[in-house]
Write a protein that binds this ligand. Structure first.
Ligand code: SF4
Ligand code: SF4
Length: 457
């Protein structure tokens, strides 16, 4: 058992950074729903300290229950005045609890499949075939039911949510608008980027990867195919399987570093946050630590690459209404009009995990005539949190229904969010309500604008 405590003990100092002030409590979705201090960040940190100090056993039922209920959304990190790195603490603590008592079957199954292409690829093929029958869309209405039927309905609803959006057809719109940068001034000019294609993204949302490549190339990036890449290991790390996460990180470093890249582009927020954290994950590996440092420093979310940090509209914060024709991002090509009402939901691992808030909004505001509607609660988790929505249907379902209600109240036709898990969870919730609202990645809207503006012809 001692070796299981090693990771958490290494971070003991971080545990004691928590001054128990409680500022994080209102930001925590599980605390706000359950009202139990043990289900708050402060309470969970208290449990972690107790384990490290030997006051409770790693196999304790209470410890397991309260850590298991954590979404891992890291909203507590964004508001913590003491800079407590809660996400890393949680991963270390989950390694302890998973080692003391095997996690539930689904929590082990899905990460295991993700790491095995021989199972993942046929699984994704079957999911696409099922999606084509239209059955998942019908079954998604059963999500509200109790027990297994509800979980099955959610799983099928998540598959249905990956169907191509109804409103992005590339048919209407006008010519490219606004000032166009000279080819030599495009933001990606001369930069070689490799794209993480991902597991679910490649299997069910391949269109997002295709749109990402088109948009990056339109902006001067040279996008290089990276063979031998695999799962980023995020799910493994979040569920406490840090050894498997390290193996996957080593494999990706090997695959990407041989291509002489300037940058590694990621369009899945959860994967990007995990890959930026490879230096921490491999800090004790003498062969990999330096390589991981170099790798992590090159990882960029696609909104970060294109959204022009510092070049967005004047201060005012995320969620302000878009202004048709507002000035563009220097070095970013402008496309044609996309006359849609769009709202944006921030993926936790982009907003809290990578502290990227304005860039996706700047990208959306750069699209002529797109109406950007603020989403109340955009900073709160959608309830998906990897596979949380499936493993915790009650609490995940409550959080998810609040998000869907908030989206529907905006009257938006489209909701944009930059993570496949969030797209699927929100999409399943909308399917369950029978709401005809498309869920897309922000890059798809930019791609649509380029297509409507004739930039690809
Ligand atoms: S805000 Fe930070 S320091 Fe305060 S209780 Fe929460 S984790 Fe601890
Ligand atoms: S990660 Fe999210 S759910 Fe977990 S303690 Fe922090 S705010 Fe609460």
């Amino acid at each position: 058992m001692k070796h299981l405590l090693r990771e958490l003990k290494k971070q003991e100092e971080k545990l004691f950074n928590c001054v128990q002030c409680g500022f994080c409590l209102p930001a925590c979705p599980t605390y706000s729903r359950l009202g139990d201090e043990a289900d708050s960040p402060r309470g969970r940190i208290h449990f972690m300290r107790a384990v490290v100090e030997g006051r409770i056993e790693p196999g304790s039922e209470a410890l397991n229950r309260h850590l298991d209920r954590c979404l891992g959304c890291r909203a507590c990190e964004s508001v913590c005045p003491s800079g407590v790195e809660y996400g890393r603490l949680l991963e270390g603590a989950r390694e302890v609890t998973a080692g003391a008592k095997p996690p539930r079957f689904l929590t082990r199954l899905l990460p295991w499949v993700m790491a095995k292409p021989s199972l993942l690829l046929p699984g994704m093929f079957l999911a696409r075939a099922l999606r084509a029958t239209g059955f998942p869309r019908v079954a998604a209405r059963r999500t509200a039911e109790e027990g297994f039927l509800g979980q099955l309905g959610l799983g099928l609803g998540m598959i249905a949510a990956t169907a191509p959006p109804r409103l992005l057809d590339g048919r209407s719109g006008g010519a490219a608008q606004g000032e166009m940068p000279d080819p030599g001034e495009l933001m990606g000019q001369g930069l070689r980027a490799g794209l993480l294609t991902g597991c679910v993204q490649a299997g069910l949302l391949g269109r997002v990867n295709q749109a990402t490549v088109r948009v990056l190339e339109a902006n001067g990036f040279e996008v290089v195919d990276i063979g031998g890449q695999g799962c980023c290991g995020a799910l493994h790390a979040h569920t406490g399987d840090l050894e498997r996460a390290r193996d996957l990180a080593r494999k990706n470093i090997e695959a990407f570093e041989s291509s002489g890249l300037d940058l590694i582009a990621v369009n899945a927020a959860g994967c990007g946050a995990a890959m930026k954290d490879y230096p921490h994950l491999l800090v004790d590996d003498p062969d990999q630590a330096e390589r991981a440092e170099d790798f992590g420093g090159r990882v960029r979310d696609v909104s970060e690459l294109l959204g022009g940090r510092g070049s967005q509209d004047p201060p005012g914060g995320p969620g302000r209404p878009g202004r048709p024709g507002s000035r563009g991002i220097p070095g970013l090509r402008r496309g044609g009009s996309v006359r849609l009402r769009v709202t944006y939901d921030a993926p936790c691992h982009l907003l809290h995990g990578q502290q990227i808030s304005d860039e996706p909004l700047a990208l959306l505001r750069s699209i002529p005539e797109l109406e950007l509607i603020p989403l109340p609660g955009h900073e709160e988790c959608c309830g998906g949190a990897g596979i949380y929505g499936i493993t915790h249907p009650d609490l995940g379902g409550r959080i998810s229904r609040d998000k869907v209600r908030s989206i529907l109240e905006t009257g938006a036709q489209v909701v944009a969010t930059g993570n496949p898990g969030c797209m699927m969870q929100i999409g399943a919730g909308l399917e369950a309500e029978g709401a005809a609202v498309d869920v897309v990645h922000p890059i798809e809207l930019l791609d649509e604008s380029y297509r409507r503006g004739g930039l690809y012809s």
